[in-house]
Design a protein around this ligand. Structure first.
Ligand SMILES: [Zn+2]
Length: 738
C-alpha cells in the first residue's frame, strides 16, 4: 500500500516538475499569498471601516449644530434693565433704563466689529495666512487634514490643518481638547460641525464670526477679536490697519503668546513675511503692494496699550456703579436658575454664561420704591427703640404686586457694601409666626365653607398630643399681644374677631377639622411655599402658629398673601420679566398664567376679615392704620418671641416686613405691637399714594348685617354688625330668640 502511494505521488511530482516553469510556480505561490493577504486586508479593513463609520456617525448624530450667534456677540456685559414709569411697550421711542451692568468680566477684553468695517486687505491677510482655500472648501480642507494627521503621527509635532470654519467653532464651543483620544474625537466632531455651519451660514458670516472670536492674547493679557487686537497692539481702529499691521495680526494666530508682535517681534516678523508671501502667491496683493508692505513692516510700531478699552461705547461699563442692590442679587440668582434650566446646564455654568455677557435682563423692580425703601430701612427712627443693648436689630422688607412681580427687596438696615451676599428676603428662612394663620387655616376653611365671616367659634383649646409624650393635653395657649401667656376665655367670638386678636384656639380647631396634612398641601401646592419640611411641618404647631422647622422666605410669605387682593389667584413670583440672549432670542418671559387658589369670594371675605386686624379696636395691626388707603394685614409673632412679621395687602401691592436678631435672641416684651408701626413708617407713604385706595368687592360677595349673639344673619331686634358673605354660603337668619 505504502509503496503504491509513494509511487503515485512521485508520478504527480514528476508531472508538475516537467509541466510548470519554476517562475510561474513562484508567481502562483506568491499570487495565492497576495490574494489571501488581500482578502484578509479587505475583510479586516471592512470590519474596521464599519466600526469606524459607526463611530464617526455617532458624532454626526450627537453633534448639535453650532450657532454662531449664541456666543459671537462678544459683548462682555450682561445688562439689567428696569422700566421707566412711562414705559409703553407699543411705543418704539419708549425706553427702558439701565439698572446695572452686571457680571462684568474685567479679564475679557473684546469688541464686536462688523465685517464691512474690516478692510479687504485685513480680511485677505487672515484668509491667506490661515486657510487659503477658505472660499472654495465646504468647511473642511481634507487634503490639509490628511497632511496634518500624517505629520502629527510621523513627527509627533502638532500640525494645524484647521480651516477658518473649524477654528471659529473651536473658539465658540470652547471644545478644545488637544491630547490623545479626546483630541481625535474633538477633531471628528469639529469636522461635522464645520460642514453643518457651512450649510447654514455664508462665507462672510463665518469670517466675521471668526475675526471676532479668535484670540490675540499675549502671555499675560487675554485679547479677543480683531478689533481688540487692533486697539491693543496698534492703538487703531481695525478699519485703519495697514497691510503690514494686518499681516502682523494674522501672523500671530498660529501661537499668539509666541508670535505676537509685542513680546516676540522677530518671530512675528518672520511669520508676517510668510503671510505677505501667501497673499502675493495667491494674487491677493500685487508685487508693488508686497514691497510697500515690507517697508511698513520695517517701521511697524507696536504699543501694547495698557489702558486700552475695547468695549463698545454703548456697552461702556461705568467703573463706579457700586455694589449690586438687594433686588439685583435676587434677580441674578433667579437668572442663573432660569438659564440653568433653559439650557439644561449646571448653575455654575449658567453663572459663567451670565458673566461672559451678552444677556439683556429686564427686571420687575420699581426703582423709585426700591430706593425709597432702602432709605427708610436705613433710618433708625423708623424702628423706634429697636436698637438696644448694643444689639443690632436685623430687618428685611419685600414688596410684590398682584401678578407676582417683586417690586422691591431690602435685606438689611444698613447700606449694602458688597455685591452678591446672602439675601434675607429671598434666601433667609425665619418663622412667620401667626402670619401663617390666614394662609394655612382661615383661607382654606373659608373656601370649604367651614366658617363664614361671623361664625362663632369658642375660645377653647383642642386636645392633642402636642408634645408627643403619649398623652393628650389641651393645646394651644393663647398669647396676648403684650407677650403674657393668655388663658382661654371659653367665650364665643366671631371668626373675624379670632383673626383680629390672633387667638390660637380658632386656627387649631380649623386645622383639626381639615387636618394638618391638608393645610400643608395647600401651602406647598397652591401657594408655592418651598421651604416646608415634609417630615415635620404637616403638623399642628407648624400649621396653626407657624412653628416651622426651617421657616419661610419672606418673599414667599408675601407672595402667598397676593391671593387676598387679586381675587384668589396665585402667579409665579419673579424678579425678572424677560431675558434676551445676545441675538435677541427670548429665553424667559414672566407668564401671566395663574392658579385659582381660592374663589374670588373667599379672597374678598378674607380681605375684609384682615382689614379688621388694622381697623378693629383690638386689632394686632392697628398701628398700621392709614388715612386714605385700606389695608388688609396680619401680624406674626412667634411663640418664642424671636421673630416679628407683618404682611400687608394694600390695593396695589403686598408688602412684608420682618425683624429679629441674628442669633435668635428674644425681642423684649413691649415691642411686639410695634411691628405694625414699623411697617407703616417704612411703607405707609407709598401705600397712601397708590393708584387705588380700596379693594373692589366682587359680585360673588354680599354685605349683610349679622346677629352678634349667634353669628347668623340678623333678624329684626337682633344686635347686629356688618358682615361679608359669599353669596353661595349665607348663614341662616337668626330666630331672634336669644
Ligand atoms: Zn339674633
Amino acid at each position: 500500500m505504502k509503496g503504491k502511494e509513494n509511487a503515485g505521488a512521485n508520478a504527480k511530482r514528476k508531472k508538475r516538475r516537467y509541466r510548470v516553469h519554476p517562475i510561474v510556480r513562484i508567481c502562483r505561490i506568491f499570487g495565492t499569498f497576495v490574494l489571501s493577504a488581500l482578502m484578509i486586508v479587505i475583510i479586516t479593513g471592512s470590519i474596521f471601516a464599519t466600526a469606524l463609520t459607526i463611530y464617526i456617525l455617532n458624532f454626526a448624530d450627537t453633534t448639535t449644530t453650532v450657532s454662531l450667534e449664541e456666543r459671537t456677540v462678544v459683548s462682555n456685559v450682561t445688562r439689567f434693565f428696569y422700566e421707566n414709569p412711562d414705559y409703553d411697550e407699543d411705543d418704539p421711542d419708549s425706553e427702558e433704563y439701565l439698572l446695572y451692568y452686571g457680571m462684568k468680566n474685567p479679564q475679557r477684553k473684546a469688541a464686536w466689529v462688523d465685517l464691512e468695517k474690516v478692510p479687504q486687505h485685513t480680511q485677505d491677510a487672515f484668509v491667506y495666512t490661515e486657510d487659503k482655500r477658505f472660499y472654495t472648501h465646504d468647511g473642511v480642507d481634507f487634503a490639509r487634514t490628511v497632511v496634518a494627521i500624517l505629520t502629527t503621527l510621523l513627527t509627533s509635532e502638532q500640525q494645524g490643518g484647521s480651516t477658518i470654519t473649524q477654528q471659529t467653532i473651536k473658539n465658540i464651543t470652547d471644545d478644545n481638547a488637544d491630547q490623545g483620544v479626546q483630541a481625535m474625537e474633538r477633531k471628528i466632531r469639529e469636522i461635522f460641525r464645520a460642514i453643518n455651519v457651512e450649510k447654514v451660514y455664508t462665507k462672510p458670516e463665518i469670517l466675521e464670526a471668526y475675526l471676532n472670536v479668535v484670540e490675540f492674547g499675549t502671555s499675560e493679557k487675554e485679547i479677543i477679536g480683531v478689533q481688540a487686537a487692533a486697539n491693543y497692539y496698534f492703538k487703531k481702529d481695525v478699519s485703519k490697519l495697514n497691510l503690514a499691521e494686518s499681516a502682523s495680526l494674522a501672523a500671530m494666530l498660529k501661537a499668539p503668546a509666541d508670535l505676537n508682535p509685542l513680546e516676540n517681534p522677530e518671530a512675528n516678523r518672520e511669520r508676517l513675511d510668510y503671510s505677505l508671501g501667501q497673499m502675493l502667491e495667491n494674487g491677493a496683493i500685487s508685487d508693488d503692494e508686497y514691497e510697500k508692505a515690507q517697508k511698513q513692516a520695517d517701521k511697524l510700531k507696536v504699543y501694547g496699550d495698557p489702558d486700552f478699552t475695547t468695549v463698545k461705547e454703548e456697552n461702556e461699563i461705568p467703573d463706579d456703579q457700586g455694589p449690586t442692590s438687594w433686588f439685583l442679587d435676587a434677580a441674578i440668582n433667579q437668572a442663573v436658575d432660569i438659564i440653568s434650566e433653559e439650557k439644561g446646564i449646571e448653575n455654575e455654568e449658567a453663572e459663567e454664561r451670565l458673566r461672559q455677557g451678552g444677556y439683556d435682563i429686564y427686571t420687575t423692580v420699581d426703582i423709585d420704591m426700591q430706593e425709597k425703601l432702602e432709605k427708610e430701612m436705613r433710618d433708625n427712627s423708623n424702628f423706634q427703640s429697636w436698637s438696644f443693648d448694643g444689639d443690632k436689630l436685623m430687618s428685611g422688607f419685600v414688596c410684590v404686586d398682584y401678578t407676582g412681580e417683586v417690586k422691591a427687596n431690602v435685606s438689611s438696615r444698613s447700606k449694602k457694601k458688597e455685591s452678591r451676599v446672602f439675601n434675607l428676603v429671598s434666601q433667609g428662612m425665619r418663622s412667620p409666626g401667626s402670619c401663617i394663620k390666614p394662609i394655612a387655616s382661615y383661607a382654606p376653611a373659608l373656601e370649604q365653607d367651614l366658617i363664614t365671616y361671623s361664625t362663632l367659634i369658642n375660645d377653647t383649646p383642642i386636645k392633642i398630643d402636642a408634645d408627643n409624650d403619649g398623652t393628650e393635653e389641651e393645646w394651644p395657649v393663647n398669647y396676648s399681644e403684650y407677650g403674657e401667656l393668655g388663658n382661654w376665655s371659653y367665650k364665643n367670638l366671631t371668626a373675624w374677631q379670632m383673626l383680629m386678636r390672633s387667638l390660637n384656639t380658632a386656627p387649631a380647631q380649623l386645622i383639626q377639622q381639615m387636618t394638618p396634612e391638608y393645610s400643608y398641601d395647600f401651602l406647598v401646592e397652591k401657594l408655592d411655599i418651598t421651604t416646608l419640611d415634609e417630615n415635620f411641618d404637616a403638623d399642628y404647631s407648624a400649621m396653626t402658629v407657624g412653628g416651622l422647622t426651617d421657616g419661610l422666605h419672606l418673599q414667599e410669605l408675601a407672595a402667598a398673601y397676593t391671593i387676598f387682593g387679586n381675587g384668589g389667584k396665585k402667579y409665579e413670583t419673579t424678579y425678572i420679566s424677560r431675558i434676551e440672549e445676545a441675538d435677541g432670542n427670548v429665553i424667559y418671559e414672566h407668564s401671566d398664567g395663574y392658579k385659582q387658589v381660592i374663589s374670588d369670594s373667599t379672597a374678598y371675605v378674607m380681605n375684609k376679615m384682615m382689614q379688621q386686624v388694622v381697623v378693629g379696636s383690638e386689632g394686632t395691626g392697628r398701628e398700621a392704620k392709614l388715612n386714605n388707603t385700606v389695608i388688609a394685614a396680619k401680624s406674626g409673632t412667634t411663640s418664642n418671641w424671636v421673630d416679628l412679621n407683618f404682611v400687608a395687602c394694600s390695593p396695589d401691592y403686598v408688602s412684608a416686613v420682618w425683624v429679629g436678631f441674628d442669633e435668635w435672641k428674644k425681642i423684649p416684651t413691649g415691642n411686639y405691637q410695634n411691628i405694625a408701626a414699623i411697617w407703616k413708617n417704612i411703607f405707609g407713604e407709598i401705600a397712601e399714594n397708590e393708584e387705588h385706595h380700596d379693594f373692589e368687592m366682587p359680585e360673588s360677595v354680599t354685605q349683610l348685617r349679622y346677629c352678634t349673639k349667634t353669628g347668623n344673619i340678623a333678624n329684626t331686634g337682633c344686635p347686629s354688625e356688618v358682615g361679608y358673605y359669599k353669596v353661595t354660603n349665607i348663614p341662616q337668619t337668626c330666630s331672634g330668640w336669644h
